[in-house]
Write a protein that binds this ligand. Structure first.
Ligand code: SF4
Ligand code: MG
Length: 329
């Protein structure tokens, strides 16, 4: 059977005055009903761009899908007639962002904004929309929701604003929620609360979720699978447990080693040396080779393709098995 959502060999280019950058180079991933996929990578790895392509909100130009498919329930969103596409995007698939302030309109009360979605898209009456708005605000655990319908976005704390944005995204009862760095702008305590909320909602509403993050620390308790992105490609894909137990790509290994661990007596934190590549000028061979401690001559010459490691795991590294089996830290 098909997947709920499936990206097939997606390619996206950016055309700027300086030239053409292939920001997404053959990305494939899928999502099944009720599961959470974390898409992990540093800023500039292409994880947000991929999500924007799913939602149809790429900045075009400069961004441009050159090939590939984005299939939702078996239909390619890139070729679907506009009317049907609109039914899917924003209704079946909803998205939340890092910055709730930019997603909310500062001049309208939040209750009105949630209600507007319900009135416009579901044709609800004013009173029904109002009642449902309170339910949605309750659902995202905004205290005394009924009393806060008339408040403006700036009257909410950062964490509460994030909850309002989640409530708006849930208004259409989406089957897929895409969360792009939903906690990055928040302090650590609030981050944990919002992640808990998202995990609860995902389970209770039986939604599938794509959680986009640069922070491997936040995904362990929430995600079923992880796709790790680097320089516009997926370099490792695995279920969460296998990936944490034995990462099979040196980049993933580096990310894991840079998470603070309470049980690490030495307190020594490693970071991956160097920076992600300029997408205008991606290194030949393996794009990770300038930063890789396992690098060999072949890595400079030959682009690594996905190595299948069993259990649905893949790693785009010539030495995936050696890396996975090397437990030295
Ligand atoms: Fe490192 Fe080579 Fe694997 Fe790339 S292919 S991650 S350079 S070992
Ligand atoms: Mg981003």
């Amino acid at each position: 059977g098909g997947h709920l959502l499936e990206l097939r060999d997606l390619h996206i280019e950016f055309r700027t005055g300086e030239g053409v950058a292939e920001v997404i180079n053959g990305v494939s991933y899928h999502l099944d009903p009720g599961e959470t996929l974390a898409v992990l990578g540093e800023s500039g790895s292409g994880k947000s761009v991929t999500a924007q392509a799913i939602m149809g909100i790429l900045d075009s130009p400069p961004a441009h899908v050159t090939s590939g498919q984005i299939r939702y329930q078996g239909r390619d969103l890139l070729t679907l007639p506009e009317e049907q596409r609109r039914q899917v995007r924003g209704k079946e698939i909803a998205m939340i962002f890092q910055d709730a302030l930019s997603a909310l309109n500062p001049v309208f009360p939040v209750g009105w904004q949630i209600g507007e979605t319900l009135r416009q898209r579901l044709g609800m009456s004013r009173s029904d929309a109002r009642r449902r708005s309170v339910e949605l605000m309750d659902l995202v655990q905004i205290p005394a929701a009924a009393n806060r319908l008339g408040d403006y976005p700036h009257q909410f704390s950062g964490g509460m604003r994030q909850r309002v944005m989640i409530a708006m995204a849930l208004a259409m009862e989406p089957k897929v929620l895409i969360a792009d760095e939903p906690t990055t702008a928040l302090d650590v305590t609030v981050q944990a609360q919002i992640m808990d909320l998202l995990a609860d909602l995902q389970r209770n509403l039986d939604m599938a979720m794509i959680l986009i993050t640069h922070d491997l620390g936040v995904v362990a308790d929430v995600a079923d699978r992880i796709a790790v992105m680097y320089a516009g490609r997926i370099v490792e894909h695995a279920d969460v447990r296998s990936l944490y137990r034995a990462p099979a790509h040196p980049y993933t290994k580096g990310l894991l080693e840079s998470i603070p661990r309470l049980d690490q007596r030495s307190g020594k934190l490693t970071t991956i040396p160097g920076l992600p590549p300029n997408l205008m000028d991606i290194p030949g061979g393996c794009p990770f080779h300038p930063r890789c401690r396992y690098v060999q001559q072949v890595c400079l010459d030959v682009v690594p393709h996905d190595l299948v490691l069993g259990d649905g795991r893949t790693s785009a590294c010539h030495f995936a098995q050696e890396v996975r089996d090397d437990r030295a830290r």
